[in-house]
Design a protein around this ligand. Structure first.
Ligand code: C2E
Ligand code: MG
Ligand code: MG
Ligand code: MG
Length: 288
């Protein structure tokens, strides 16, 4: 009857509540654990960079790489950024961690160049907090001077949503970075739901098409990807497709004359020695 039905509804409501409370506690505890070991991780040199090749889609030549941070945790093993970058952002550790990533990526790239590997650029991801940090621009300049990497060889990737938050402030920071001579890329382009005309006023060199649009190439013929490529070309941006996984996507991107590509079809992120070996082979076969 109605009473027992009501009773059961209340009970299950309470159970759901208990369940969510428990799940939240687990998350909070996990976050706490991650945060406390994160602080030691930098001192203990537990972070490493993987380098994912970027290819010129016309020639198949490797033009450079994107540096991707990983945490070599003593118990958890190789830990991906989705698990710790958000925590590092919340607790502020992203600033010294980002500094480390930038220095390590620039140093490695300079070393490669000295060994005769002519990388056009190394791309480094910059989080919201780093980008807005008062010392960021000076820090980039200092690291370039320290590592002796030519500024045009450094490409900073900033997501569209970070750029569009306080767009006027972003614009000023981007201009200062441009003055140093580094390249600027909009990461995850198309996912920020922002005013396109505003975004395109920024002094940007590269649009990185978010992988969701690249993956959609299978399903709905990739009309968004091709519109992005056409727009990028007519506005003189370099267009990079991220997350290229299939031959069909590659064929499509080549036909649409997308400049560069990155994805598991070519290679995952590699250790520096592996990357150097791949680079020496000069290109990945793009037979299609
Ligand atoms: P992102 O900058 O958009 O990087 C691309 C992500 O896609 C990387 O994941 C890469 O491994 C993955 N990926 C590459 N090719 C493919 C593919 O063909 N298919 C699929 N499904 N995925 C592919 P990862 O390394 O786990 O990084 C995730 C995100 O974490 C990055 O997204 C970036 O926002 C952030 N991140 C990575 N390294 C750093 C860093 O050093 N500093 C900061 N602040 N953020 C970083
Ligand atoms: Mg990126
Ligand atoms: Mg991206
Ligand atoms: Mg992404």
């Amino acid at each position: 009857n109605a009473d027992t039905a009501m009773y059961h509804a209340k009970e299950s409501g309470r159970n759901n509540y208990q369940f969510f409370k428990h799940a939240m506690n687990v998350r909070a505890v996990e976050r706490q654990v991650i945060e406390s070991s994160l602080w030691q991780a930098l001192d203990r040199h537990e972070f490493i960079l993987h380098y994912q090749p970027k290819l010129n889609l016309k020639t198949g030549a490797v033009t450079g790489a994107e540096a991707l941070v990983r945490w070599q945790h003593p118990q958890w093993g190789l830990t991906l950024p989705e698990r710790f970058v958000p925590v590092a952002e919340e607790c502020g550790l992203i600033v010294p961690l980002g500094r480390w990533v930038l220095r390590e990526a620039c140093r490695q790239t300079r070393r490669w160049q000295e060994q005769g590997l002519e990388l056009a650029s190394i791309a480094v991801n910059i989080s919201a907090l780093e980008f807005r940090h008062a010392d960021f621009v000076a820090g980039v300049q200092l690291i370039l001077a320290e590592t002796d990497l030519p500024p045009q060889c450094l490409q900073l990737e900033i997501t569209e949503s970070v750029l569009m938050r306080d767009a006027d402030i972003s614009s000023g920071i981007l201009q200062q970075l441009k003055d140093i001579g580094v390249q600027l890329a909009v990461d995850d382009f198309g996912t920020g739901y922002s005013s396109l005309s505003y975004l395109l006023k920024f002094p940007i060199d590269v649009l990185k098409i978010d992988k969701s649009f690249v993956h959609a190439i299978n399903a709905n013929t990739g009309i968004i990807a091709s519109a992005m490529i056409a727009m990028g070309a007519s506005l003189h941006y370099k267009v990079v497709a991220e997350g290229v996984e299939s031959q069909a996507q590659l064929v499509f991107l080549k036909r649409e004359q997308c400049d560069e590509g990155q994805g598991y079809l070519f290679s995952r992120g590699l250790l520096s020695e592996q990357f150097a070996r791949l680079f020496l082979h000069k290109s990945v076969p793009l037979d299609c």
